[in-house]
Design a protein around this ligand. Structure first.
Ligand code: TMP
Length: 219
């Protein structure tokens, strides 16, 4: 029986995931919960090394299936070394992206067979899933404009090299948005879609409502 709570945030580019994750972590910590935040791909030195290989612009181009294997390798590291031990220690784990991103980006976006992704997920994670998934939904054009503005404002070198996926064409981003919406339609208990065009406070209010119900159930 899992003792903690595993929450993931998903969505396309420029949906404001990071802001919402930080707000939620802060709110939960203030109410006395033990919280850790992490990200995918990444979260352990090994998985961060995979991130360097797949996400940065100068990392070259992988075949989509090879990319799926790399994402699942990174995920297995993160789940085994960080997420499961934290849940066993009754912590709330908040993760920026998880398996749904592979379904949306590599499956819907790059055309990798969805059944193959499912089989790899079973093989590596044995049915391990988030308790709650927040999907921040935005029209891709608006999301990409937001993320361009953010990059220009930050002038942050590493982030600029990490935006390989953000360079992909708008049709790709439309497909992955549809992917997230399809996932949510299939798993309405776990997945909650929030309109990411709302102001930041409205979004964090909705996130807090969703999470507080689940936290209440585990307290
Ligand atoms: P981030 O910019 O939200 O941190 O995510 C890194 C990039 O990696 C983002 O463009 C989405 C992509 N990605 C996938 O394509 N498949 C995956 O399974 C994951 C976790 C991320």
């Amino acid at each position: 029986m899992r003792k903690g709570l595993f929450i993931t945030f998903e969505g396309g580019e420029g949906t404001g995931k990071t802001t919402q994750i930080n707000r939620l972590a802060q709110a939960l910590t203030q109410t006395g919960h033990k919280v850790i935040t992490t990200r995918e791909p990444g979260g352990t030195p090994e998985a961060e090394a995979i991130r360097d290989m797949v996400v940065q612009r100068d990392a070259g181009t992988w075949t989509p299936l090879a990319e799926v294997l790399l994402f699942f390798a990174a995920r297995l590291e993160l789940v085994s070394k960080i997420i499961k031990p934290a849940l066993d220690d009754t912590k709330i784990v908040i993760c920026d992206r998880f398996s749904d991103s592979t379904v949306a980006y590599q499956g819907y976006g790059h055309g990798v067979d969805l059944e193959t992704i499912k089989q790899l997920s079973t093989l590596t994670l044995d049915g391990f899933k988030p308790d709650i998934t927040i999907i921040l939904d935005i029209d891709p054009k608006e999301g990409l404009e937001r993320s361009d503005r953010r990059l220009a404002a930050e002038q942050f070198q590493v982030k600029q090299r990490e935006d390989r996926y953000e360079q992909l064409d708008i049709e790709f981003h439309k497909r992955l948005r549809q992917g997230f919406l399809d996932i949510a339609a299939k798993e309405p208990e776990r997945c909650h879609v929030i309109d990411a065009t709302q102001d930041i406070d409205a979004i964090s209010g909705q996130v807090a409502d969703i999470v507080s119900k689940a936290v209440g159930a585990t307290d």
